[in-house]
Design a protein around this ligand. Structure first.
Ligand SMILES: Cc1cc2nc3c(=O)[nH]c(=O)nc-3n(C[C@H](O)[C@H](O)[C@H](O)COP(=O)(O)OP(=O)(O)OC[C@H]3O[C@@H](n4cnc5c(N)ncnc54)[C@H](O)[C@@H]3O)c2cc1C
Length: 662
């Protein structure tokens, strides 16, 4: 690695020349860096907004899950079988499913070896449990903070290896040359007020891009507030996305962002909605239910049927709750709370029997009885079963004993994302999207697959770079000549922003507008006409981006707004395209149609939705964004799972001849 200066159009920029630059310090990026170093790639630099930013290091859940091959006990499992669990969710390439299954054991043991405290028994077995969409007991967990522990141990390993981390750096552009990635445009966020505002360039042979999911586009989100993502700059550079339609949404608290799954629902709190100012509390679920048994069973089931799933809507399935929350928050403009201080009542619907344990369905009653959790109130039951669940909120200033908890149905994870091949390299050569930025997953996936995918993809990228892409980057002057026009575009954006000045409030308003749009029209309720309108609005908002200025301190925020609106345009366009092609409700979203069925009595015709065989299950939508904001789509059939025909002698020969990594 070396640093020098180059001059482009009269402006002088520091340039770092390096073989491989890794962007981000989430669990995926840190693993990429560690694996690159292990494989001998020593000309290596990590750039990150902040060590300690991102999702891995700032999120968790009741029992945060890691999905891997079953490696304990006498049950039968195999990479092929696990690949099917990933593949059968629909719209996922079979070779990627097989790789994620096969490498899951290696990735897992690497983490365990680094000290992530995955529990094992006295014989060394890493026992597992069943997670959603999992036919075996493949899931494991190091507790509520599994991803934070992964981050911690991987960071310690990166530090032990003396890997260079530069922070605070905001990558604001991806440079290209002849269909390949050439490097990055960055802001050194500690130099924003200096002349040149900290702009610098990276001249790299390879870019590993572990920037996480594009959380910035949603208002109702359970991603940590510190995390935004940077998918937009990759799309802008011509990297195609795939499966941009596929997300996971579920109920989460919004003051402190946390999934309200597991015991939070199993204790059966009262759901209320209020006017925006907190007045006029109503038990809004009541009018839609015919019995207290169904109402309380649905709330109970949300504990382990957490993500919204359109297949769980009919016949008063548990996902009805999510729809009714949408009706309150988005359609009626009210706020929704889970109130642990009181049991549900029959307010507003005298046809409902009063709450009593006798009114619960058998599953809920048995669960509470077996857990000795028949206390009078939800909070007392929660205190009995899971006191740490109360402490967690207390640590964030929310006292569940005395106040209701504000919730919404929030975006939690993007199954789709940037497209990569079997080495996680994108169509833009030498650019490797890894972790949640990479969209390897399809419609449904077993819980815990995201963390596994991050470890497998980062290892694959490192293997490929170490084997094939060890070249030093071009001389700085040649690099500067090749990317001069692209750098000039960013420089102009920075100049225009700072020349106009501008207020942080205006930039915040810009972001709030785009986030509210995505939550209303591009989340778990999707309607073709509304998507058309939302996309038109988003395009108009992109056109207006230039009119807002920014102080130097706000440059990263203003440029992230641009990233966000570009991302939103690509994602909304992909959603619109899926509906045009006949897509029906699937995964974690509902497709509305005037001829569809009503989720339940009492909701207006706007809630009619279509469910049925998924006509798009066997293909993936690849989405490409042009520099002018135009979006094109290509539907590609999904690749099957490669057959299990490996013959050792042949593989060994190919391996010796260096024919494997290609
Ligand atoms: C509430 C919640 C619960 C979850 N539970 C589970 C679970 O149980 N099991 C599971 O498998 N998954 C779960 N997930 C998903 C999983 O946590 C994430 O997919 C994963 O942590 C993402 O890791 P990553 O390394 O790809 O990205 P992140 O950890 O998000 O890291 C991204 C990094 O990139 C940096 N960055 C971004 N943009 C830039 C830029 N322009 N310049 C410089 N740096 C940049 C960020 O600062 C950060 O360091 C959950 C997610 C949430 C929100």
């Amino acid at each position: 690695m070396n640093t020098t200066n180059v001059t482009i159009n009269g402006t002088t920029y520091p340039v770092i020349s390096v073989n491989t630059v890794v962007v981000g310090t989430g669990a995926a990026s840190l693993n990429a860096a560690v694996q690159l170093d292990r494989l001998g790639v020593q000309d290596l630099l990590i750039l990150t907004e902040r060590v300690g930013g991102g999702t891995s290091c700032n999120t968790g859940s009741d029992k945060q899950t890691y999905y891997k091959l079953s490696v304990a006990g006498g049950g039968v499992d195999s990479p092929q079988e696990m690949a099917h669990s990933l593949f059968d969710g629909g719209a996922m390439h079979g070779d990627l499913a097989l790789i994620e299954a096969t490498l899951s054991a290696q990735g897992f043991y690497h983490l365990a070896g680094l000290g992530v405290p995955f529990p094992h028994d006295r014989y060394g077995s890493f026992v597992g449990y069943k997670t959603d969409h999992d036919p075996r007991q493949r899931a494991t967990s190091a507790g509520p903070k599994t991803s934070m522990l992964m981050f911690e141990k991987l960071l310690a390993e990166a530090r032990r290896r003396n890997l260079q981390i530069k922070e605070p750096v905001e990558v604001i552009g991806i440079l290209t040359r002849d269909g390949a990635c050439a490097g990055l445009v960055c802001l050194d966020a500690s130099q924003l007020d200096a002349p040149g505002h900290g702009l610098f360039l990276v001249n790299a042979t390879n870019v590993v891009f572990g920037t996480g999911g594009p959380a910035v586009i949603y208002q109702d989100s359970v991603y940590p507030t510190v995390h935004t993502g940077s998918t937009g700059i990759a799309l802008e550079a011509g990297v195609p996305g795939q499966n941009l339609t596929e997300w996971q949404y579920g109920l989460a608290s919004i003051k402190f962002r946390w999934n309200v799954s597991g015991t939070y629902q199993q204790v059966i709190p009262r759901y209320i909605s209020t006017a925006p100012d907190g007045s006029d509390a109503q038990e809004f679920l009541n009018p839609f239910f015919a019995s207290m048994t169904t109402l309380t069973t649905d709330i109970f089931l949300k504990g382990y049927q957490w993500p919204f799933d359109p297949r769980k809507v009919r016949d008063y399935g548990s996902s009805i709750v999510d729809i009714l929350v949408y009706n309150e928050c988005v359609v009626r403009g009210r706020r929704v709370f889970m109130d642990f201080r009181a049991n549900p009542t029959n307010a507003g619907n005298p046809a409902l029997a009063p709450f009593s344990f006798d009114e619960l369905g058998a599953e809920a009653r048995t669960y509470l009885e077996n857990s000795h959790a028949l206390q009078d109130t939800p909070i007392a039951r929660l205190h009995h079963m899971n006191p740490l669940a109360i402490t967690l909120y207390a640590e964030h200033g929310i006292d569940l004993w005395t106040e209701p908890l504000e919730v919404a149905v929030c975006a939690q994870h993007n199954n789709g994302g940037l497209k990569g091949n079997i080495w996680w390299e994108s169509d833009l050569r030498h650019f490797f999207p890894i972790g949640e930025a990479n969209g390897s997953h399809g419609v449904y996936r077993p819980g815990g697959s995201a963390l596994n995918s991050g470890q497998c993809g980062s290892l694959r990228a490192a293997q490929f770079i170490a084997a094939r892409y060890g070249d030093t980057p071009p001389a700085p002057d040649a690099f500067a000549a090749a990317v001069a026009a692209q750098v000039a575009v960013r420089q102009r954006q920075v100049d225009n922003l700072t020349a106009a000045g501008g207020s942080h409030a205006a930039l915040e308003a810009y972001r709030t507008t785009l986030q509210a749009r995505m939550t209303a029209y591009g989340a778990y309720i999707r309607d073709a006409a509304q998507l058309d309108a939302a996309l038109a609005e988003a395009r108009a908002q992109l056109a207006a981006w230039d009119t807002l200025g920014a102080t130097p301190a706000d440059l990263p925020y203003a440029l992230k707004n641009r990233d966000a609106i570009l991302t939103q345009i690509a994602y909304l366009a992909a959603m619109q395209e899926a509906l045009r092609r006949g897509g029906v409700s699937r995964g974690s979203y509902m497709v509305m149609h005037p001829d569809g069925e009503l989720p339940c009595d009492g909701l207006g015709d706007a809630f009619r939705f279509v469910l049925g065989d998924d006509p798009l299950k066997e293909e993936l939508c690849e989405t490409t964004l042009a520099p002018d904001g135009a979006v094109t789509h290509a539907w590609v059939p999904r690749r099957p799972i490669p057959p299990d025909d490996g013959w050792y002698e042949n593989i060994w020969a190919a391996y010796r001849e260096d024919e494997i990594i290609r």
